[in-house]
Design a protein around this ligand. Structure first.
Ligand SMILES: Nc1ncnc2c1ncn2[C@@H]1O[C@H](COP(=O)(O)OP(=O)(O)O)[C@@H](O)[C@H]1O
Ligand SMILES: [Mg+2]
Length: 357
C-alpha cells in the first residue's frame, strides 16, 4: 500500500547539511497499522511528510496505493491532494472560528474534489460518528477539550475517505488520560475502516500498543522493522534493544559455547561464531530470582541490594559478582532478601558482537 525505496532528503542550512533521510526503504501492507518509532530528529516527520507529498525528497521512489507518487529518476511528484492520504498532526490544526461540522467539512468543500452539499453532510456525519463526536457537530471548536479537538482532526482526515492515514505524534499534546482515550479511538477506527496507517511516535509504549509492525529509526535510517514482540525479543542491535525499555548489559568474551562475562561464565548459543568481544543483553523480567538453587545452566549467586514495591511487581537491584542487575518479579509473595539465586535463561539473552571499531 505504501512503498518507499532508497528515499533521501538532505536539508542544507547555514550550519551545514542535515541528512534527514538516508536511503530509507519501507513497505507497508494494505490495512496494516505501521508505526515509525525513533528519537527526536531521527527523520520520522520528514519520512511521513514525504509520503504525504508535503516534502520533496532529493532521491528515491514513493508509491501510495499502487500508484507512483514520487520518483527522482522519472522526475515525478504527485501533489498531496492527489495522493489519497489523510493527515493528523501533533497540533490539532482546528480552525477556532469554525464549528466542529465546518472543520470536518473543510477538505470536502475546498479544492478540486468539492462534493455536493448533501454528500458533504453525510460524510461529515459518518466521520464524526466514527470518532464518537456526532453530538458535537454544531459546537464551536474552541469549546472542546484537547482530546475532543484531536478526535475532530481525526474525523477531518477520515472524511476524505483516504486509502492511507498518516499521523504525526497525534497524542503528544494530550495529558495522560486523554492520550489513552484517543489512542483507543484511533486503534478502533483503524480496525473498523481497515485503513492503512503510517503513524509516527517517539513513545515506545504507544508504538507497541498500536502497531502491527514498527520501524525503529535513528539518524535518518531504519535500524530494524518488525512486529513489536520481535523487536522486543530479537533486536538486531543494542541500540534497538535500548529502545524497548530497561535491559541489563554484560560484557564478555566468547569461547566456544561459553561467554566469560563480568559476572561469571554463561552458557549461551554462540553457534560457531569466532571468539571475540561480546555484549549480552538480558531484560529485567528475564532475571529469574529464587531462594533455592534452580537446576539449570547459568545460575549465579547474588545479594538483594534493594527491593521496590510497584504494585503488581517488585523491582530488585541484585549484586552479582560486583555488578548490579535490575530484576523484575511478580509481587504475589514476600520480597526476597539477602542471598538469592539468579537464573539467566540462555533463550532469553540477546547476544551482540562488540563493534570492532
Ligand atoms: N525544514 C527543515 N530545515 C532544516 N532542517 C530540518 C527541516 N526539517 C527537519 N530538519 C532536520 O532534519 C532532521 C530530521 O527531522 P525530523 O524529520 O523532523 O525528525 P523527527 O520527526 O524524527 O523528530 C533533524 O535534524 C531536523 O533538525
Ligand atoms: Mg517529528
Amino acid at each position: 500500500m505504501i512503498r518507499v525505496a532508497k528515499l533521501s532528503k538532505t536539508y542544507r542550512g547555514a550550519s551545514g547539511a542535515v541528512h534527514a533521510l538516508r536511503e530509507v526503504d519501507l513497505d507497508v501492507a494494505r490495512g496494516e497499522f505501521f508505526v515509525l518509532l525513533g528519537p527526536s530528529g531521527s527523520g520520522k516527520t520528514t519520512l511521513l511528510r514525504s509520503v504525504a507529498g508535503l516534502e520533496r525528497p532529493d532521491g528515491g521512489e514513493i508509491e501510495v496505493g499502487g500508484h507512483a507518487a514520487f520518483s527522482s529518476e522519472r522526475k515525478l511528484f504527485v501533489p498531496a491532494e492527489e495522493r489519497g492520504v489523510g493527515m493528523v498532526f501533533q497540533s490539532y490544526a482546528i480552525w477556532p472560528h469554525l464549528t466542529v461540522f465546518e472543520n470536518v467539512a473543510l477538505p470536502l468543500t475546498q479544492g478540486k474534489k468539492r462534493l455536493a452539499r448533501e454528500r458533504v453532510r453525510q460524510r461529515v456525519a459518518d466521520a464524526l460518528k466514527l470518532v464518537g463526536m456526532e453530538e458535537y457537530a454544531a459546537r464551536p471548536a474552541p469549546l472542546l477539550s484537547g482530546g475532543q479537538q484531536q478526535r475532530v482532526a481525526l474525523a477531518r482526515a477520515l472524511a476524505i475517505d483516504p486509502e492511507v492515514l498518516l499521523m504525526d505524534e497525534p497524542l503528544s499534546n494530550l495529558d495522560a488520560r486523554l492520550r489513552e482515550e484517543v489512542r483507543v479511538k484511533i486503534k478502533a477506527v483503524a480496525r473498523e475502516l481497515r485503513v492503512t496507517v503510517l503513524y509516527v511516535t517517539h513513545d515506545q509504549v504507544e508504538a507497541m500498543t498500536l502497531a502491527d509492525r514498527i520501524a525503529v529509526m535513528a539518524d535518518g535510517r531504519i535500524l530494524q522493522a518488525g512486529a513489536p514482540d520481535e523487536l522486543y525479543r530479537r533486536p538486531a542491535s543494542p541500540r534497538v534493544a535500548e529502545f524497548f525499555g530497561a535491559i541489563n548489559w554484560l560484557r564478555g568474551e566468547a569461547r566456544g559455547g561459553v561467554v566469560e562475562t563480568e559476572i561469571g561464565a554463561l552458557r549461551l548459543a554462540v553457534d560457531g561464531a569466532a571468539p571475540g568481544r561480546i555484549v549480552v543483553g538480558v531484560r529485567p523480567e528475564d532475571v529469574k530470582l529464587s531462594a533455592a538453587r534452580a537446576e539449570a545452566d547459568n545460575v549465579l549467586v547474588g545479594e538483594v541490594r534493594s527491593a521496590v514495591f510497584t504494585g503488581g511487581e517488585f523491582l530488585y537491584d541484585i549484586e552479582v559478582n560486583g555488578k548490579l542487575l535490575l530484576a523484575r518479579a511478580m509481587s504475589d509473595r514476600e520480597a526476597l532478601k539477602g542471598t538469592v539465586f539468579v537464573h539467566l535463561p540462555s533463550a532469553r539473552m540477546a547476544l551482540f558482537r562488540e563493534d570492532p571499531s
